[in-house]
Design a protein around this ligand. Structure first.
Ligand code: NAD
Length: 290
């Protein structure tokens, strides 16, 4: 039976630490970190995410500035708001909740955010910095996964890491973070041949697909570390990951549960990026050369 990596616990530690950092920052410099969250339209899942982010900010002492815009908002209006937030010195992080309603270009919106306030790490500048090994702000979900891997104490050097899923928000940035720690990385996706064999060779498996329990327990190498990013609601209403947990946990040395694994880390890393941005701003240091 494997060790369960509790994202809930690691995230709680991170958030406690951030709360103390925020208190110290306010005391020493008068600067309170501010995160602007922009929500366009009325997607129910996005509303829940935004509410959770707001609550987490408040608990850590971060100012949460919410902008709710109607689904009919034009791209020009949205870009104007982002321009205002870019110029607002009380805002250290800007997050535009995705997906955006049809007709709004996610690329144009993300590229308008000042990279030094891009706490989601999705701006091409920040992606480029990550790829070249000089990261500024890194995407929150893979960043949280790195924290979870570090919490196990395992050395990633020379390990075979297999990532299932090649999205811009998880799979691809994950690959560069693992590479930075000298893992040998394979990215698998929907066209990969013989996925089972690829996973069987892995010392570290990161599953980010979005298909309930598609990575079978008997694919997992004895002693591997398994990180399950997937969040899938099944027929009985419960949440399961992309990995068949019951069987995988008999073989893995460490495994993340769903829920309570990767999920809580994503928000914790968003807060962490926001606090870092505020600290850089308070010290007069520029996160991004202009
Ligand atoms: P996505 O839909 O953007 O990408 C899915 C990837 O899976 C694609 O690259 C695709 O090639 C690959 N894929 C699809 N079918 C496959 C197959 N049969 N075999 C191998 N690969 C296949 O997904 P995403 O945004 O990266 O999210 C993946 C999952 O992670 C979802 O369940 C999502 O809800 C979850 N997620 C969780 C968090 C979190 O904070 N815990 C954050 C982001 C995403």
């Amino acid at each position: 039976m494997s060790n369960i990596i509790s994202g809930k616990e690691v995230a709680a530690e991170v958030r406690e630490g951030l709360k103390a950092e925020v208190e110290a920052l306010v005391k020493d410099t008068g600067v309170r970190p501010g995160l602007a969250v922009v929500l366009v339209g009325d997607d129910p899942a996005s509303q829940v995410y935004v509410r959770n982010k707001k609550k987490a900010c408040e608990k850590a002492g971060i100012n949460s500035i919410e902008h709710r815009l109607p689904a009919e908002t034009t791209e020009e209006e949205l870009l104007t708001l982002i321009g205002e937030l870019n110029a607002d010195t009380s805002v250290h992080g800007i997050l535009v909740q995705l997906p955006l309603p049809d007709g709004l270009s996610e690329d144009r919106v993300l590229e308008t955010i000042d990279p030094s306030k891009d706490v989601d790490g999705f701006h091409p500048y920040n992606m480029g910095r990550l790829v070249t090994g000089k990261p500024v702000f890194e995407p929150c979900t893979p960043l949280g996964i790195m924290r979870l891997l570090h919490s196990t104490g395992i050395d990633l050097k020379g390990k075979e890491a297999v990532i299932v899923g090649r999205s811009n928000i998880v799979g691809k940035p994950m690959a560069f973070m693992l590479l930075r720690e000298h893992a040998t990385v394979t990215i698998c996706h929907s066209r990969t041949r013989d996925l089972k064999e690829k996973v069987r060779g892995a010392d570290v498996v990161v599953a980010a697909v979005g298909i309930a329990e598609m990575v079978k327990g008997d694919w997992i190498k004895e002693g591997a570390v398994v990180i399950d990013v997937g969040i899938n609601r099944i027929e009985d209403g419960s949440l399961v990951g992309d990995v068949e947990f019951a069987t995988a946990s008999e073989r893995a040395s460490y495994i993340t549960p769903v829920p309570g694994g990767v999920g809580p880390m994503t928000i914790a890393m968003l807060l962490s990026n926001t606090v870092r941005s505020a600290k850089l701003s308070a010290s007069g240091e520029k996160a991004v050369a202009s």
